[in-house]
Each structure stands twice: as structure tokens, then as C-alpha cells.
Design a protein around this ligand. Structure first.
Ligand code: AMP
Ligand code: MG
Length: 344
């Protein structure tokens, strides 16, 4: 009897500890989107403490890089507009932005904050039917050619030769933030996790014996376009014209602006990039949206990207061969798929 009780007790302890080591999940709102964090294989309390740490970190990053609410970035933008020197708590973010700018032939250009603002995207609520900017104003800003080469970084001191530069990190802030948050989780002993920032994800490890399986949102806004299994350390980032846009007289204007003509990018409804670095995948997904069907391949190669999936306005899907091997479509909703030449 005694033995049976001990056996039963040990069984319950095992069962309980097994449960508390499985999946811990939390959701919170930051970067203007719902962020979900899942951790596999740690005691619930340790996992929750780790999530609490990165929740604070992500809120801090969101504040530091906010492009229109008062923030260290808006302070720097004011200094640049006044022709003065400024600072940022983490100038590494600027060096990364400079590299991505160069690699993307300037299509990823976080110095065009004035253009983004001119199109009305520096506000939380985009629902009003606000008139479009005048072609003259757009042309004036394009002519000033604000770009990342205008910026000099010396230690913590940042300056710009060009006062028209206004920084907006919206195209890669979430990707970089999930890189930093994932590094922090690792430091806190986490080996298997997923951070999902509004459909932009980074994973490490796997979910028990199996890889994490990620759903890529359909650009129509409903349901899943495709699924992909990820493990090790990977980021899956999607840029879509359905995410943030304005509508004026029945026409949709995307929040992704082509720095060459100051106009919202057209042609692709969604671009997904998988890369180890979230910052790189995020910058690339934005750049490839602007590059369009004609130039995405070259820009992806320049940026060192290995996995790309693009969707055009007709719903046709374009993938490089390596991405084609990984991505799975629902059998009842298989789109037309075109496989490109290899990327490398
Ligand atoms: P994403 O959803 O990652 O493609 O980022 C879009 C956001 O990036 C926009 O809301 C703008 O804040 C910013 N943005 C728009 N166009 C560009 C561009 N050409 N280069 C860099 N950032 C941009
Ligand atoms: Mg992006």
C-alpha cells in the first residue's frame, strides 16, 4: 500500500513537472501590434520571468525608436533638421540601417521620414479619407534626396550633411527588436522560443521534438497563405500592403514608399523573407516590395537573402527554389506558383 502511494505520488510529481516544463505563452501589445511569446521546455515560472524581462525591453525599444511620438529618435530628427549634432541610446541601429541602405541600392531608406509623414503615415489612426499630398511637395522632398549616406556616426554623436534627413525605423525596427529580445531570452536560459510581433517572427530551437511551424498570412487579410517549418535560429518576416495603408477615393496607398519617386510601392501585395537576422529579413522584405517583380532577385542576392516568397496583385506566388522546397500551401487553396532562378 505504502509503495503504491509513493509510486502514485512520484507519478503525479512527474506529470506535474512535465506540464510545467512545456509551453509557456504570453501576449502583450507593443510596436502598435500584438506580440506573442512562446517558450518551450522551461519551468513556467522561469519562462514567465523571462517573458516579463523582454516585455519591458520591447516597450523601451518601441519608445526609443518612435517616429512621431516624442522619443530619442524624434529628438535626433529635430537636431538634424536644425543642422545640429544629436545622439541615440543605441547607435548600432543606425550602422545596420546604413548597411541595409547600401545593400538594397537605396530602396530601404529609413532617412525618408518626411515623405512617410507627407503621405500621412506618422499617425496611429489612418481611417480618415485624408487628401493625397501634392505632386509638387513629393517632388520637392525627393529632390532633397535624404539618404543614409548623409549621416555621420562618431561614437554616440550623430549628424547629417542633409537637413532633409528624418529617420523612421518602421521598416526594420520590429525585426531588430525581436533579434535583441531573442538574445536576451537566450541569456536568461531559454533555448526554444518563438516571438511573434504581428506576423513577424523569430524562433530559436524547436517545439519539443518537432520544428516550429509558422503560418504566413494571406495578403487578402484572411487566413493563411502558406506554412513553413523553422528551427535553429530563423526569422520569418512579411511586408504587406494590407498592413498599413490609406484609402482615398477607392484607391489604396501602401505605407511602403519608393524613395526614388516618393510614391507608395505598387505591384506586390506581400513579400516574405526568411533569414537568421530579423533586422535583415525585415529590411529586405520592405526593399523587395519596392524592387518589385523586375528587380527583387538582384536586390535579394545583394542583401545575401536565401529564402523569398512574393505575391503579386493577381495572387500569383513567386519563390526561389530553396523557398519552394520549404513552403507548404493548403491543398484546397494552392495558388499559381512560379519558381525563380536560384538566388546563389
Ligand atoms: P514594413 O512593414 O517592414 O515593410 O515597414 C513599413 C514601414 O517602413 C512604413 O510604415 C514606414 O514607416 C517605413 N518605410 C516606408 N518606406 C520605406 C523605405 N523605402 N525605406 C525604409 N523605410 C520605409
Ligand atoms: Mg520590413
Amino acid at each position: 500500500m505504502k509503495h503504491t502511494r509513493i509510486y502514485l505520488y512520484s507519478f503525479l510529481v512527474l506529470l506535474f513537472s512535465g506540464c510545467s516544463h512545456q509551453l509557456s505563452q504570453q501576449q502583450f501589445y507593443v510596436f502598435g501590434t500584438l506580440v506573442g511569446v512562446s517558450i518551450w521546455g522551461l519551468p513556467t515560472q522561469q519562462a514567465n520571468e523571462a517573458i516579463n524581462v523582454i516585455t519591458k525591453d520591447l516597450h523601451l525599444m518601441h519608445h526609443q525608436w518612435h517616429a512621431w511620438n516624442p522619443s530619442p529618435l524624434t529628438d535626433l530628427n529635430q537636431a538634424i533638421a536644425a543642422g545640429q549634432m544629436g545622439t541615440l541610446p543605441d547607435p548600432v541601429v543606425l550602422q545596420k540601417a546604413k548597411n541595409f541602405y547600401t545593400q538594397s541600392d537605396g530602396l530601404f531608406n529609413p532617412a525618408i521620414g518626411q515623405l512617410i509623414n507627407l503621405w500621412g503615415f506618422h499617425q496611429d489612426d489612418l481611417s480618415d479619407n485624408q487628401a493625397l499630398p501634392s505632386p509638387e511637395k513629393i517632388a520637392d522632398l525627393v529632390a532633397l534626396s535624404p539618404n543614409m549616406d548623409d549621416i555621420d556616426i562618431e561614437g554616440n554623436h550623430i549628424s547629417s550633411h542633409n537637413r532633409a534627413v528624418q529617420l523612421d525605423f518602421g521598416a526594420f525596427a520590429k525585426g531588430y527588436a525581436i533579434d535583441l529580445a531573442m538574445n536576451k531570452l537566450r541569456q536568461l536560459g531559454v533555448q526554444n522560443a518563438i516571438i511573434n510581433a504581428g506576423g513577424n517572427l523569430k524562433i530559436i530551437g524547436q517545439k519539443g521534438e518537432a520544428p516550429w511551424v509558422i503560418g504566413i498570412r494571406h495578403p487578402s487579410g484572411t487566413g493563411i497563405l502558406a506554412a513553413v517549418a523553422v528551427s535553429g535560429e530563423e526569422s520569418v518576416i512579411t511586408s504587406g500592403n494590407y498592413e498599413r495603408f490609406r484609402e482615398y477615393q477607392g484607391v489604396r496607398y501602401s505605407h511602403i514608399i519608393d524613395p526614388r519617386n516618393g510614391m507608395p510601392a505598387q505591384g506586390l501585395t506581400s513579400v516574405t523573407v526568411i533569414a537568421r537576422s530579423g533586422a535583415l529579413a525585415d529590411a529586405a522584405s520592405t526593399a523587395l516590395t519596392i524592387a518589385g517583380l523586375k528587380h527583387w532577385h538582384r536586390i535579394a542576392r545583394q542583401m545575401g537573402i536565401k529564402y523569398v516568397m512574393l505575391v503579386d496583385e493577381a495572387g500569383t506566388v513567386y519563390v526561389n527554389p530553396k523557398m519552394a522546397e520549404r513552403v507548404q500551401f493548403p491543398s484546397d487553396k494552392k495558388p499559381r506558383i512560379i519558381v525563380s532562378a536560384p538566388l546563389n
